[in-house]
Design a protein around this ligand. Sequence first.
Ligand code: DMJ
Length: 458
Amino acid sequence: SGRTEARLEAVRDAFRHAWKGYKDYAWGHDELKPISRTFGEWFGLGLTIIDSLDTMWILGLREEFAEARDWIEKELSFDKNVDVNLFETTIRVLGGLLSTYNLTGDQLFLDKAKDIGARLMPAFKTPSKIPFSDVNIGKGTAHPPRWTSDSTLAEVTSIQLEFRELSRLTQDPQYQEVVNEVMKLVHKLPGKHDGLVPMFINTNSGQFTHKGVFTLGARADSYYEYLLKQWIQGGKMEDDLLEDYLQAVEGVKKHLVRQTGSGRLTFVGELSHTRFNPKMDHLVCFLPGTLALGAHNGLPGDHMDLAVQLMETCHQMYKQMETGLSPEIAHFNLQASDGLDIFVKPADRHNLLRPETVESLFYMYRFTKDTKYRDWGWNILESFNNHTKVPGGGYTSINNVRDIENPAPRDKMESFFLGETLKYFYLLFSDDMELLNLDKYVFNTEAHAFPIWPSPPK
Ligand code: DMJ
């Protein structure tokens, strides 16, 4: 219909605007700083280009894609004396290259994926086989952060889809072996709470640390996502993954799900040494989508019921803010007395252009065809355009979602805005259900799509 095409074109316009800023002021660098019209460097790997490749392919932006491919072919080198974060590089760089290879069949992307995959392998040489957080991809050395020998739980358990796919494509089992070992270790580890996991794991002992704190937000989030998605990727045959996922969802329902006193909004709080904290990161908004994906794959119907309720809450986290954009963290009111469901602490008022709610809206639309999810997404895109679009090119994260007059730009456009947020908008608005059909593809946590493996003959 005309409206669908207009919405898809609005997403392409947003992408072109973001890309223009990046091209003009940050080309070849990791991220655009759109206000100061310069760039930010993290690993020095042209992160925005690599993260955006498959988005451009899907949006049909062939000219932009060709420029990016050209840069990858001529300029991108991983032979650099630089420390990179294993998780971020895996989900954005390895994930982006593998996904683009799968979509285009262009060998360049697989060659680059093999190169970076091999360079990340030293991270796994630890006493426990739980990988270090950082790797020097030029020197082939790895280490934990300066202040600890712990790794973040989500980081070591959200690299599996990528390494497993690299093994499948290269027929070289070493990648799959190291990441499967991590899952095996975590599967048997004591210290879980009805399937919920602590946020840290020690690279020497292989044991959980900082026990007793449980969240579906930062540092644990994608552990849960990747349990389900690995199970789907592998053709639903790895029972330990399914068992851990089902147990975790029960743990979430039992310990973390509550409703606000006034509007009965369902949210996922945190547990800190048995004390319940009614606080939810925007990051948790990946969960409605993941729960819906599980239900679509035959898991219990009450997972879908919870998905519907949480989706409403994530929508309200945008709708109730003056700018129409969610804060990074929301607090929920368990009391009915003052009629307020959501409040935001001053330090939590920022918005980093994150994708999780749009991601979940995409899954919810695909599985229910309820057009309200598209309308909610459209409102979010309009709010991004109204409050984060920078004249001249680029979008910026902002400091205050509660102030329309001065949302206080932060001067940073994260690569995931192009890699994930804009891609999920497009997929949400598109009528083409064969475009990354969810029975054929599984998305990594950076919105890069991998094929579900063909089942072996019976
Ligand atoms: C992305 O890098 C990924 O989605 C990750 O899982 C969480 N953080 C950002 C987006 O919010």
